[in-house]
Design a protein. Sequence first.
Length: 193
Amino acid sequence: MTNPRKRGAIKILAILMAVSLSQIYVQMGMAQQLLSGRLTTTGGRSITVNGTSAASGASILTGATIETGDGVGATIDLGALGVVEVDPNSKIELTFADDGSVRVKMLQGCAKVKKSGAGVGEVYTAEGASEKTNDGRRSLGFCYLNGQLNPIQASAAAAGGGTSNAVWWAVGLSIAGAVGGLAWGLRGGNNSP
């Protein structure tokens, strides 16, 4: 016959082990969430991820091969790491890691990396061509043609990280309109000349 004290100690130990194991599973689940991206496609239409059909809302894991069809582009939101945009009729292999690195292997077509946070963004080919983000450049856009990376012609905002003239005009006009409206609304109630 077992001592009641020993049975109580065994029960407490079993409960502690169960709680500890459940915490390990929770932590593993959270790590998995951190290493996935969220897919959005043009018009919610399907693309191919690792040979399987996927549409907006799908999770993209590191190492995924993403292939878009005719007229369907894709955006993979990597949260704090940035965004990867894949043009129609393109194929890439996407890898990303906890250290903030985002790597896009170009297999066909065009793609853009808009890097944020720590780490380096890289676009590369099997032939060895490679371009990386650096202190002044946080956005990369390339097409894969004949084994080479060819830059996508982008606006000054995308290429240099600055703000385009159209945005500055819109901001300026908005401010001018707000100031004018405020001045008109606060004018005195005396209508005499």
